[in-house]
Design a protein around this ligand. Structure first.
Ligand code: 3AT
Ligand code: MN
Ligand code: MN
Length: 554
């Protein structure tokens, strides 16, 4: 009989302690992660802590304010009124870098509503934060997860809210344990979703044997996934939370291992994972809500998930429902590459740097690409439209991969944002068809038109001509905004024709039927692009562009 603690749902694979060679490899991994700039400086971290303290102070004042407004005679309630601020995302996991935001949740007692949050919080922020600390504040009340976004001393903050309907008064600071399912009672769907991020993140941290080992390994996996362009939940790859859960599961299977070993085992375990058996960090549990929990035996739709990774907090959900046949195949290839490289890295034959080598999506991997171009004529309209189109790219990928001539359709994990300056309707039409002839090359091109525009007052984007445009002022170029998603194609063996018009038209049709689509402001086009015709800005300095193969000498 063993006295080993079971982390997760099975016994460990190995509880061996690290060898000196493995510990040494972890030291080298940390050095490489520092060289790659994944850590921020201690003073920047201090700044983040100060920001979170300020947000806590502002949250307390917010709750007090609502208490005073709603219960002006209840002195005890007003005296004890306070909220509690939590973090989730990379900051909470301890894997944030210089560019990371702080994902923050404000919780408050039952009498504080979401309406109150959007009514009071933005103004309180500006009042209570140091002068000019808060910039770029936007509130999106109607979002799937309602959110206030801003920058605090230049650090991006995602601030979401939920009340705790079972509490009229909060316990003393740091004593509210959101992992308790009792706090879910009485909440609406938006409130439940807002609590979910923090609950999942806390559970992940509670379920790993050694947090610092987990953090370093996760930093390595996140960097690897970004460099290999397989990091992007919305596009159909795992996002940050999914990579975290996968690494956490490997930590459970090797509870005493050092980070370098966890990274190597991550590739080995995930490469051989018997999908669709799910990756999960603990057993499913029941809870107080009448909501559905992931269960492919009951729900047919759950049985279609190709690589299920299940969140550990009730109600457990599959965080990888976006993954398609193609993205799964790409992830699988990258895991295989990871196995080969880490085998050599731990054997001191290669440096860690090689694992983090940039992908070759544009330089080598494909001969044919599709460019999905979302276009709008105002900045505001483009934000909404391009966000929508981005969230549908994986649907097109799903259609393409069912085409008999397509072996695999690989979406690039990020869209390319461009601005164009055109003078005539003909030029605008060319942009719509994928031309980059009018793309602004640098800030200076754009500054010229901005200066002209600011002459007329508001500083708000006043470019509201229809796509057809008006003919009033042809000397002043008009601006159009595009976001382009590239999909690399791999053709099936022996494929001759490649007519994708049915898939493309169905996709365009679906997007244009969206209730918020405006024929005046938005358009969408899908273009074939050969590798030799890819635009300059998808390459980094020093990368070799694909060229036409040289003719063999006769
Ligand atoms: P960074 O260090 O910030 O780049 P992160 O893992 O913190 O990495 P995000 O801030 O984008 O990444 O996301 C944090 C969490 O917020 C992850 C997920 O629980 C939630 N989240 C992010 N984007 C969405 C979305 N579009 N819909 C629902 N939840 C989201
Ligand atoms: Mn974040
Ligand atoms: Mn965020």
């Amino acid at each position: 009989e063993t006295t080993e603690k079971t982390w997760g749902i099975t016994k460990p694979i190995s509880s061996a302690l690290p060898t000196p060679a493995e510990s040494h490899s972890t030291t080298q991994l940390l050095e490489e992660l520092r060289r790659q700039n994944t850590f921020e400086t201690a003073s920047e971290t201090k700044k983040r802590e100060k920001v979170i303290n300020d947000l806590q102070r502002i949250a307390d004042e917010f709750v007090r304010k609502v208490a005073r407004a709603k219960e002006p005679h209840n002195e005890v309630l007003i005296r004890d009124a306070r909220g509690e601020v939590f973090t989730y995302g990379s900051y909470c996991l301890g894997v944030y870098g210089p560019g990371s935001d702080i994902d923050t949740l404000v919780t408050a007692p039952r009498y504080v509503s979401r309406d109150d949050y959007f009514k009071y919080f933005p103004d309180l922020l500006k009042e209570m934060a140091p002068p000019s600390a808060i910039t770029n504040l936007t509130a999106v009340e109607e979002a799937f997860v309602p959110i206030i976004k801003f920058e605090y001393w230049g650090i991006s903050i995602d601030l979401i809210f939920s009340r705790i309907a079972t509490l009229t008064q909060f316990p003393p600071r740091n004593q509210l344990q959101l992992t308790s399912n009792e706090y879910l009672r009485g909440l609406d769907d938006r409130e439940l979703r807002s609590l979910n991020g923090t609950r999942v993140t806390r559970e992940i941290l509670n379920l790993v044997p050694e947090q610092s080992t987990f953090r370093t390994a996760l930093r390595a996996i996140k960097l690897w996934a970004q460099r290999r362009a397989i990091y992007a939940n919305i596009i159909g790859f795992p996002g940050g939370v999914v990579w975290a859960m996968m690494v956490a599961r490997v930590c459970q299977l090797y509870p005493k291992a050092t980070s370098a070993t966890i990274v190597a085992k991550f590739f080995l375990v995930m490469k051989g994972w018997p999908w669709p058996i799910p990756v999960q960090l603990k057993h499913m549990e029941d809870g107080p809500l009448n909501v559905r929990v992931w269960n492919p035996k009951i729900y047919k739709s759950d049985s279609f998930h190709l690589m299920p990774v299940i969140t550990p907090a009730y109600p457990q959900m599959c965080a990888t429902f976006n993954i398609t046949k193609s993205t799964k195949a790409i992830i699988q290839r990258e895991l295989e590459r990871g196995v080969e490289l880490t085998d050599k890295i731990l054997g001191s034959e290669l440096p860690w740097k090689d694992l983090f080598m940039k992908h070759t999506f544009f330089t080598q991997d494909h001969k044919y690409y599709l460019a999905v171009i979302a276009m709008s004529i105002t900045k505001e309209a483009h934000k909404i439209w391009s966000g929508f189109v981005e969230s549908k790219v994986r649907i097109l990928v799903g259609e393409l991969e069912r085409h008999p001539s397509v072996a695999l359709a690989r979406p690039y994990n990020k869209g390319f944002e461009r601005q164009h300056l055109t003078k005539t309707d003909e030029e605008s039409a060319e942009v719509q068809n994928g031309s980059l002839l009018y793309a602004a090359k640098d800030e200076k091109d754009l500054a010229d038109t901005t200066a002209a525009k600011e002459g007329n007052g508001t500083g708000v984007d006043t470019n509201t001509q229809g796509l057809k445009g008006t003919v009033e002022d042809t000397s002043q170029p008009r601006r159009t905004y595009t976001t382009t998603h590239y999909i690399g194609l791999e053709l099936a063996e022996g494929a001759k024709s490649l007519d994708l018009s049915y898939q493309v038209n169905t996709f365009k049709q679906m997007c244009s039927e969206w209730e918020k689509h405006s024929a005046e402001l938005n358009s969408l086009s899908v273009q074939h692009v050969k590798n030799i015709n890819l635009p300059e800005d998808v390459f980094e300095p020093g990368e070799v562009r694909p060229t036409r193969p040289l003719r063999k000498p006769v």
